[in-house]
Design a protein around this ligand. Structure first.
Ligand SMILES: [Zn+2]
Length: 83
């Protein structure tokens, strides 16, 4: 039988709190720790500084977003009339 993969970061909890809770927490933690795409320079260099505060290591922009993930940017379209 194939063994289901668990998230490495939740190994610190051992067998505590139950598998389901640990797996759900692990999924969030992976999302939170991975490098996200910068909405300003488009490089995947954004890391979380604190809850909801994200910083791009490339262009050094600090911005707020969701607590555990960088939300998809709601693009504010600047309508430039080039006439
Ligand atoms: Zn950037």
């Amino acid at each position: 039988m194939a063994k289901k993969a668990t998230y490495g970061s939740v190994k610190r909890f051992g067998s505590r709190y139950g598998k389901k809770t640990r797996d759900r927490f692990g999924a969030i933690e992976v999302e939170q720790r991975k490098k996200h795409k910068c909405p300003y320079c488009n490089y995947e260099r954004v890391r979380r500084e604190a809850i909801g505060i994200w910083k791009c290591e490339k262009c050094e922009t600090k911005f707020t977003s969701k607590a555990y993930t960088v939300a998809k940017p709601t693009a504010i379209k600047l309508e430039v009339n080039e006439e």
